[in-house]
Design a protein around this ligand. Structure first.
Ligand code: HPA
Length: 274
């Protein structure tokens, strides 16, 4: 892959400071899910502020560090804190870490997020495996000149979330007795939460959950040919007739409460991988 100088410099710094990264599973920990990072064994970490060209996260509850270590025998490289479009970053900054992950030879990505449930079968605290997404961001990280060595000008998106990895996630979840939902994640810019009419619209167009991340990262990863699996923790509900007031604090609290469940599923998933 031809690589822009900032991506290469960031990756080289990471390799120097975290010990050689070989073939990790890349993990992005969403809002309220950062505690998971403390489960990583033999962890070596570096704050984003020290990595050349890495954007800095500005949101409360997003710590901003990269952690390299092992979990259930698997090499992992986890991002505690991600970059959101609503923070004012250009899409190229939102997806910068994904491109660094490619340069660091990530075998696949496990993305996680907090989201609002619009499927009436969902409850707060449920975890959904993302099967597909709808991009309602006003942009796309691939707009602009294409680097043909990163990926094609018009990337295929027929399998945005890897069927095999998703199936393995369901197997792992049933082994630990935590049933998972599955469905479509609708990505929006935020930062305001949705109006009742918007939640209704999101349901009508085929969404099961809505959130402010993940979609740009998925698009960048698929452009690079990296397989993706993703988990969405439902932190609030936007169900017609039951739309309640929602705050970032509530989203964080609900995600933190569900985090041990997610950790259990992910551990079982990793333990099953060869
Ligand atoms: N809408 C958008 N993003 C979110 C929500 C929501 O209801 N909950 C958590 N992230």
């Amino acid at each position: 892959m031809s690589i822009s100088t900032p991506i290469r410099e960031a990756a080289e710094y990471i390799n120097k400071h975290l010990g050689t990264v070989k073939n990790p599973i890349g993990i992005i920990l969403g809002t309220g899910l950062g505690e998971f990072a403390s489960e990583i064994e033999d962890a070596v970490e570096v704050p984003y502020s020290q990595i050349p060209h890495f954007p800095q996260s500005t949101v409360e509850g997003h710590d901003g560090k990269l952690i390299h270590g092992r979990l259930e025998g698997q090499e992992v490289l986890a991002m505690k804190g991600r970059f959101h479009f609503y923070e004012g970053y250009g899409m190229e900054h939102v997806v910068f870490p994904i491109r660094v992950m490619k340069y660091l030879n990530a075998r696949f990505l496990l993305l996680s997020n907090a989201s609002g449930g619009v499927n009436p079968d969902f409850k707060v605290g449920d975890i959904m495996v993302i099967e597909d997404h709808i991009n309602l961001f006003p942009s796309n990280p691939l707009i602009g000149p294409n680097d043909d060595e990163m990926g094609p000008r018009f990337p295929d998106m027929s399998e945005p979330y890897d069927h095999k990895l998703n199936a393995q996630m369901h197997v792992a979840a049933s082994q630990v007795g935590i049933p998972l939902k599955k469905g479509v994640y609708v990505g929006v810019s935020g930062p305001c939460f949705e109006t009742p009419a918007e939640y209704k619209y999101i349901r009508i167009i085929g969404g099961d959950t809505v959130g402010m991340s993940t979609v740009p990262e998925n698009i960048a990863a698929r452009h690079l040919g990296i397989p993706v699996t993703a988990l969405s923790v439902i932190t609030d509900l936007g169900i017609e007739g039951h739309v309640e007031e929602v705050s970032h604090e509530e989203v964080q609290r609900a995600a933190q409460e569900a985090e041990p469940k997610m950790a259990k599923v992910v551990r079982a998933f990793f333990a099953n991988l060869s």
